[in-house]
Design a protein around this ligand. Structure first.
Ligand SMILES: NC(=O)C1=CN([C@@H]2O[C@H](COP(=O)(O)OP(=O)(O)OC[C@H]3O[C@@H](n4cnc5c(N)ncnc54)[C@H](OP(=O)(O)O)[C@@H]3O)[C@@H](O)[C@H]2O)C=CC1
Ligand SMILES: CC(=O)C(=O)O
Ligand SMILES: [Mg+2]
Length: 534
């Protein structure tokens, strides 16, 4: 018989089937010199070979998450107009006002979205107003929904609302991809947001909406306006609150054991009082109330600091979101220096959500160390370039006694012959599980107790080995299993609050429900997907 090669076989190199394409992809990735180049490479891989992209992500979480997510996603956002290759999400602009339904319908063709991450680009990580360049933050969060919770890629919907930007340098950048205008005033933005949420609910009736990286006033405002009306939550307020509460449970256990004091003796100082700082402070109230304290007693153990110093109730023109924790028991001269505040408060824990690089300097860290056998120091600002203190410095200045978790990842290190492993206090541990639980339960709303139970589930998930290593968060490689446990807790809380529409789960035991959740997680298909598409 004459030899008749098919055209596709002729295009394949002869030895391809004998090589490991995954190995090739990782080698190519690792050959890139900068994080941003790696980001661009992975983005292209996702377009060409999505299954392989997710398989490689799942198998190399520690290496790849910091590229797709914080810190490198911060560079990707800052440079997005310059590195843009292809459409990868939906832009809804202020110019679409009055026609938002039509815009959303375009996406709907062929898609059944279940989870949308929506940013307006006004406060991307700690990098400020990046306008239309904010889209990669929505894309990156949804990559983690897929990798971390097993949400089907085709049901994820990244959205950037382009309402303009007040960062005027973008208006003059010839490559800037967004509208060249300033942001609208509050009434105009409100009209836009109401139309947007109505249209989203009409067109994607089962959709869960995660608000991401809105500037602080709007973050609180739209959460309050929409949380009882739609299936929506704010990741920076609620997700961050939940993840930090979780790490704090475990950190306080270690710190109290070292000090020989009860858990209720914790005194928490927040450096930074924006959407994240206040969101976390509110969530940490339940650390104390779960130990039997009243809300007032819990509140008395929390102090907040902003750019003007210790927040006190007598300060003129205090923003609404700062009032709850404003101290009424301090009437001395304004405390503007962090060290002075620490000397006054004598905190057991110092939490940074300020975007101020190196704000926890040597004096501050040594002072915390002099006050506590094991100080809790969580520099939670992202990306790393805005972190309040580097892990190595925190270890050195406390002689290894610090209980540490940062927003962006740090590497395990050796100090004086001992191995130290940092925690990562980032909402990425929580939102995939909350989303998975809420979607499966068909929850009408995301209630406070769903967020709190997610936190408790994460805190309780440390293995004996992780506890022995003094970890405050479980290892990231277990994220899929963690998301199942969080989803289970979220579903049970939704049932207690009567916001679940999937009533079938009510009859299942925890074991059966956990099994069901596991089975529902999407896996990258393994059938020949390690070969390039022809
Ligand atoms: N680890 C995680 O999972 C998460 C981390 N974050 C990070 O938290 C950070 C803050 O986010 P967000 O709350 O939304 O941002 P905001 O800009 O709303 O808040 C920043 C806060 O820090 C205060 N601040 C700024 N400069 C100083 C200073 N020199 N001294 C003391 N306080 C200062 C601000 O004070 P003032 O009010 O006076 O302006 C404000 O209260 C970001 O870097 C973000 O990436 C956010 C969400 C999740
Ligand atoms: C992690 C995150 O959501 C933030 O830094 O905004
Ligand atoms: Mg965020």
């Amino acid at each position: 018989m004459p030899f008749a090669p098919s055209s596709s076989i002729a295009r394949l190199p002869p030895y391809l089937f004998n090589t490991d394409h995954r190995h090739r992809v990782l080698t190519q990735l690792r050959s890139k010199a900068t994080g941003l180049e790696k980001y661009i490479y992975l983005n292209g891989l996702k377009e060409r070979e999505p299954n392989l992209f997710y398989e490689i992500l799942l198998a190399n979480m520690l290496e790849i998450v910091p590229i797709l997510y914080t810190p490198t996603v911060g560079d990707a956002c800052s440079n997005y107009s310059h590195i843009w290759r292809r459409p990868e999400g939906l832009y809804v602009t202020i110019e679409h006002k009055g026609h938002i339904r039509e815009v959303l319908r375009q996406w709907h063709a062929g898609h059944s979205a279940r989870i949308a991450v929506v940013t307006d680009g006004s406060r991307i990580l700690g990098l400020g107003d990046l306008g239309a360049n904010g889209l990669p933050i929505s894309v990156g969060k949804l990559d983690l929904y897929v990798a971390g919770a097993g949400i089907k890629p085709a049901t994820t919907l990244p959205i950037c609302l382009d309402l303009g930007t007040n960062t005027t340098k973008f208006h003059d950048d010839p490559l800037y991809l967004g509208l060249r205008r300033r942001r609208p005033d509050t009434p105009e933005m409100d009209e836009f947001m109401h139309e947007f949420m109505e249209a989203m609910t009409e067109i994607f009736p089962q959709l869960l909406v995660q608000f991401e990286d809105f500037s602080t006033d709007n973050a609180f405002r739209y959460l309050d306006l929409f949380r009882n009306q739609y299936r929506v939550f704010n990741d920076d307020i609620q997700g961050t609150g939940s993840v930090v509460l979780s790490g704090f449970f475990n950190a306080a256990r270690l710190s109290a054991a070292a000090a020989g004091t009860p858990l209720t003796d914790q005194r928490i100082l927040f450096f930074g009082a924006g959407s994240a700082g206040i969101g976390v402070a509110k969530q940490l109230l339940s650390f104390f109330t779960l130990q039997g304290l009243s809300v007032e007693e819990a509140k008395s153990r929390i102090w907040t600091v902003d750019s003007k110093g210790l927040i006190t109730a007598d300060r003129k023109g205090l923003q609404e979101h700062k009032k709850f924790f404003a101290r009424t028991d301090y009437d001395g001269p304004a405390l503007t220096k962090l060290e002075d505040v620490i000397n006054y408060v004598k905190p057991t824990a110092l939490l940074g959500l300020s975007t101020v690089r190196n704000a926890f300097d040597e004096q501050v860290v040594r002072l915390m160390s002099s006050l506590n056998a094991r100080p809790i120091i969580f520099p939670l600002s992202n990306p790393v370039s805005l972190c309040e203190v580097d892990y190595e410095d925190a270890i050195k200045w406390t002689n290894g006694s610090v209980i540490f978790a940062s927003g962006s990842p740090y590497k395990t290190l050796e100090y004086n012959g001992k191995r130290y492993e940092p925690g990562q206090g980032n909402n990425m541990y929580i939102f995939p599980g909350i989303g998975l639980g809420a979607i499966l339960a068909k929850a009408r709303h995301i209630t406070d107790s769903m967020v709190e139970q997610a936190s408790i589930a994460l805190a309780s998930s440390l293995t004996d080995e992780e506890k022995k290593a003094d970890l405050v968060y479980p290892r990231l490689v277990r994220i899929r299993d963690l998301s199942c446990q969080i989803a289970l807790a979220v579903i049970r809380a939704a049932q207690k609050d009567n916001v679940d529409e999937n009533l079938l789960f009510r009859n299942l035991s925890d074991e059966a429900l956990l099994e069901y959740i596991r089975a529902k997680q999407w896996q990258p298909t393994t059938l020949n997907h390690h070969l390039p598409r022809l």
